[in-house]
Design a protein around this ligand. Structure first.
Ligand code: IVH
Length: 705
């Protein structure tokens, strides 16, 4: 397996060595970072990190949750799939959620996957498990709903629960039948699969787009997504898109009882299925399939980023079920990222929302996996030092299916560059503010170098505004990153409150006369701004872009304080070092020192207080809703102990988690139930000592029924 460098979002401390407090902080930070990457990937079709870097973040996040299950809340990424759909299309609720797949990178991960299945199903080493092995198409997943054989809805995955209605567009795809013909077609069939664009068509489309000044797509996946999400279906029709069927959602009847049987049935209904799909009956056969497909990869006319293994028997799939966002019965075995060598022409520093300076290598253009790469991230200045990269060096870069590749290392036997890139002492912004080195939790100098200019630094101010209007914050239609940059340059929007006074100030500005706007778009923009004058408290808090206050933290703060007035008052007291307020905040679920310190610093700055007051005058902030669980065990902590007779321990755990309960391995005061089977020992004794409710397996079954 290719080694993947630590992304800028992961700390170097092994997960096993993290204290609970550190884990909480990192979990929250990773959650916000991953959510942002999801948004860029799913909604803007413009990812900014490589798949490998994303996967590294995701693995660390998952590992933290495995070690600290108490961090897993409803807002947790493991409970969600992808990002919310963009607002341009009507929303469709999926009858059966569209989930995602867990990833295997190394062969050992595949061995573990099969062993897990054996354990879960209590199969012996000699019992055969048949798998359907398929290429993993790098396109976008689609759910096609047929009622009485008629195609009624085509929907994107969206956040897994709700997608976008792109029916008119999918009807233009030759691979998608409008009617399912033949006898015995179930009354309701949801056929799922992947929409993709061939590499050929992608290159030809980009060529045409370049000639006509249209949008250039980074890769076939993005061009398939862009082509499908067109308001005008005739544009989709002009783009050659294909569709492979590989799964299903709601089915009023099942035409087959295996995955391979379903694939045959799709073919019978005139869907295309992937011709490389193969049955494999052992780990060795799966690994061989992986190697074979990888060898064929470059010659295929569509992008694939791995292979998928699925348990063939559907009754086993049902028993195995899901663990949070992915099925236990399937896994994606990814391919290593694609690599190339090229020369570093220059190194530039970019400034992010929080002021972190990120060095970016400007490269001699090079083609990696069919895409021309000119920039690669160096993450931070420690990384430059670690790799020893100098301007003029020949480096190896890695790209994994998307936009921002990474520099992996210097090719030592090529002529070396003479020019080292020093850690900047000043921000590249016009203010040239002095930078600071972030301290790590242990007080050491961290890898991150930050500009201290905050809103006075135009780069940070613009990034803050972009965050403010982003999907999960104020989500203002027609006010995206480009518009923010433009309005900022024009001095029309310098801080969030200015967005809401823009319609009034337009009497002097006359935006409708500016090239590229026009009356209709200005009216739409102003309507969109008006529509967002009312906002939920958690979104408002998240939108402020306070360091360490990501979505989960914002929700926790909103729930803890209930109203803006209460939260605001607490933050002002906190800024004045009020010990009682600090204690009160510390007592909130999911809030710890890092967040408190960050709020203290933020509200300690007069300019932040002024901005917030100006903004709060422009909007109405809705009080937070109280959390409501609808199952009897939602939010409860359960411990299973002893031998369970009706189900395996894994099954019991999975069903409890599905109902919103937390399953813990040890009994404490916080435990709500201990489910004890025969042979229960010390945990049962602990429960009795602490007065925790003890249930038999049957009583538990009754409770969750
Ligand atoms: S099965 C329950 N099979 O990969 C999940 N997915 O990472 C069922 N994908 O959202 C998915 N090729 O967009 C499946 N042969 C294949 C696939 C495939 C590509 C995509 C799909 C899914 C994503 C999960």
């Amino acid at each position: 397996m290719t080694s993947i460098m630590a992304s800028k979002g992961t700390s170097k401390t092994p997960v096993d060595d993290l204290s609970e407090k550190q884990a909480k902080v990192e979990h929250a930070r990773l959650q916000a970072e991953i959510a942002e990457h999801d948004r860029r990937y799913y909604q803007e079709d413009a990812p900014t990190v490589s798949d490998a870097a994303y996967d590294a973040l995701r693995r660390r996040y998952d590992a933290i949750e495995v070690r600290f299950p108490q961090l897993r809340t409803l807002e947790s990424l493991t409970q969600r799939v992808g990002a919310a759909p963009s607002a341009r299309f009507a929303k469709v609720r999926h009858a059966v959620p569209m989930l995602s797949l867990d990833n295997a990178f190394a062969e050992g991960d595949v061995v573990d996957f099969v062993a897990r299945i054996r354990r879960f199903l209590r199969l012996g080493d000699d019992d055969e498990i048949a798998f359907s092995a398929e290429p993993k198409i790098d396109g976008l997943s689609m759910s096609l709903r047929y009622e009485k054989g008629e195609l009624v809805t085509g929907a994107t995955r969206g956040d897994g629960t709700e997608g976008e209605d792109v029916t008119a567009n999918v009807k233009t795809l030759a691979d998608i039948p409008h009617r399912l013909k033949g006898r015995g077609i179930p009354a309701v069939c949801e056929v799922r699969g992947e929409v993709y664009m061939t590499k050929h068509a992608f290159l030809a489309l980009n060529k045409r787009q370049a000639e006509t000044g249209g949008q250039i797509f980074a890769n076939p996946r993005n061009s398939a997504a862009g082509s499908l999400r067109q308001k005008d279906p005739s544009i989709t029709a002009s783009r050659p898109l294909g569709f492979f069927a590989y799964g299903w959602g709601e089915m009023s009847e099942m035409p087959a009882d295996t995955q391979s049987g379903m694939i045959k049935w799709f073919e019978h209904c005139l869907f295309k299925t992937n011709p490389l799909t193969k049955m494999c009956r052992s780990v060795e056969a799966l690994l061989k399939f992986h190697r074979q497909i990888e060898a064929q990869r470059a010659g295929l006319d569509y992008d694939i980023d791995g292979v998928v293994y699925k348990v063939d028997r559907i009754d086993w799939q049902e028993r195995l079920g899901f663990v949070s966002r992915s099925p236990r019965w399937a896994i994606a075995h990814k391919f290593p990222a694609e690599k190339a060598t090229t020369v570093v022409k220059d190194i530039e520093t970019q400034v992010g929302r929080t002021g972190a300076l990120t060095p970016v290598a400007k490269l001699e253009p090079v083609t990696v996996g069919g895409v021309v790469v000119q920039n690669a991230t160096l993450h931070n200045f420690d990384e430059i030092a670690r790799l020893g990269v100098r301007i003029g060096d020949t480096v190896q870069i890695q790209r994994a299916g998307d936009v921002i590749p990474q520099v992996l290392g210097v090719i030592e036997d090529k002529p070396r560059g003479a020019k080292a890139y020093p850690v900047p002492k000043h921000c590249p912004c016009p203010l040239k503010t002095e930078v600071v080195h972030e301290q790590t939790a242990t007080g050491e100098e961290g890898a991150v170098v930050r500009c201290t200019g905050e809103f006075a630094c135009p780069f940070q101010a613009v990034e803050h505004l972009k965050h403010f209007v982003s999907r999960r914050a104020f989500d203002i239609d027609g006010l995206g990153e480009k518009q923010i940059e433009f309005f900022y340059e024009q001095d029309w929007i310098k801080e969030p409150a200015d967005i809401f006074t823009l319609p009034e100030r337009n009497r002097k500005i006359h935006l409708e006369e500016v090239e590229g706007f026009g009356e209709v778009s200005v009216r739409n923009l102003f309507n969109a701004i008006e529509a967002r004058r009312e906002i939920a408290l958690e979104r408002f808090i998240y939108a402020l872009g306070i360091r360490h206050v990501g979505e989960t933290t914002a929700v926790a703060l909103a729930r803890g304080y209930g109203s803006w007035d209460a939260f605001h008052a607490a933050c002002l007291k906190l800024a004045k070092d009020d010990a009682e307020t600090k204690q009160e905040m510390d007592a909130l679920d999911q809030i710890g020192d890092t967040v408190i310190e960050s709020l203290h610093d933020y509200f300690g700055e007069a300019h932040n207080r002024r901005r917030i007051e100006a903004l709060a005058k422009q909007v109405r902030i809705r009080d937070a809703e109280r959390p409501r669980g609808d199952s009897a065990v939602a939010g409860k902590t359960v411990v299973f102990t002893g031998t369970l007779e009706k189900m395996t321990r894994d099954e019991a755990k999975a069903s409890a988690e599905r109902l919103g309960a937390k399953v813990s391995g040890s009994v404490s005061k916080k435990t709500d139930y201990v489910v004890a089977g025969p042979g229960a020992g010390s945990k049962l004794a602990d429960a009795k000592k602490l007065g925790v409710t003890v249930l038999t397996e049957d009583e538990w079954a009754k409770l969750i029924r």
